[in-house]
Design a protein around this ligand. Sequence first.
Ligand code: C2E
Ligand code: MG
Ligand code: MG
Ligand code: MG
Length: 288
Amino acid sequence: AAKRSGRNTFALYDEYMERDAEEQRSLERDLREAVATGQFHLVYQPVCSTHSGEVASFEALIRWCHPVRGHVPPSLFIPVAEQAGLILPIGAWVLETACSEAAAWPRPVRVAVNMSPPQFLQHDLCDQVRRALDRAGLPPDRLDIEVTEGLMLGDEEVVLTNMTRLRAMGVRISLDDFGTGHSSLSYLRRFPFDRIKIDRSFVQNLGVGTEARAIVHSVLSLGRNLKLDIIAEGVETELQLHELRMLRCELVQGYLLGKPMTMDDAVALLRGAAQGMEGRAAPQPTLA
Ligand code: C2E
Ligand code: MG
Ligand code: MG
Ligand code: MG
């Protein structure tokens, strides 16, 4: 578009790109520092059963608090970390930390860890996962790994080998952001996933017309036929939750049920001390 509208626009575009590249380099430097000095922590978002209202698992989400920049969202720094080759040390830290924190929870609910393609495509991934689980004393069946469709652009054989080995250990693999990629359906046929997370863009349109409901309904029946668990992501309203319950979706995640919270708040929620955590836990009657 910049090219079409003439030379001036093109020059502006160049300048913009340059500033962008500079910002990229500065973020990269700061990320290196963050890895070296430990500026990350994890927060945990509950996944709840629509049936019982209970917390079924928590998804670990990384947070970076930079001394000057403040909170930098993962959507901004994960891509930089991937390009700069920093995602491997960061990913290893996330895995180790999530496993050891989950091992200390008062109830044996599962923890889900997000993995970027370069991390999941490592040849020794399974050994790394096993070591993290052993060190933490966490049984393998308490770990979920979430990957996105971007992974499937990598070496298919490595993906399959790692998935097969991890599943043989008892670790479960989820396909995150389902429906946002190009050929989600063919991936489901080729790779042995355990669960699908329906992207929040579909969930958010529930109750608005009938299209989103038809799509979510189809994914749910696909899940039943392929024996996959389905999690609906990004549930924000009672209306969306109601629609999902009518569609018999069993697992839900979103701000309505609970925002990503600190380790301490996650422990308190598991102990049943949800009352008083304003804005965090949904009132039980909506779920029961
Ligand atoms: P994701 O794995 O799909 O995680 C869900 C994102 O949606 C999280 O954003 C979460 O805070 C947000 N979310 C949850 N419920 C709601 C809701 O009801 N409404 C809305 N609008 N948003 C909701 P977050 O924590 O900013 O993470 C963004 C993405 O960054 C994640 O998407 C994941 O792809 C990536 N990410 C986060 N932590 C890690 C990590 O430790 N490693 C890797 N490789 N990627 C990570
Ligand atoms: Mg995820
Ligand atoms: Mg997602
Ligand atoms: Mg995502």
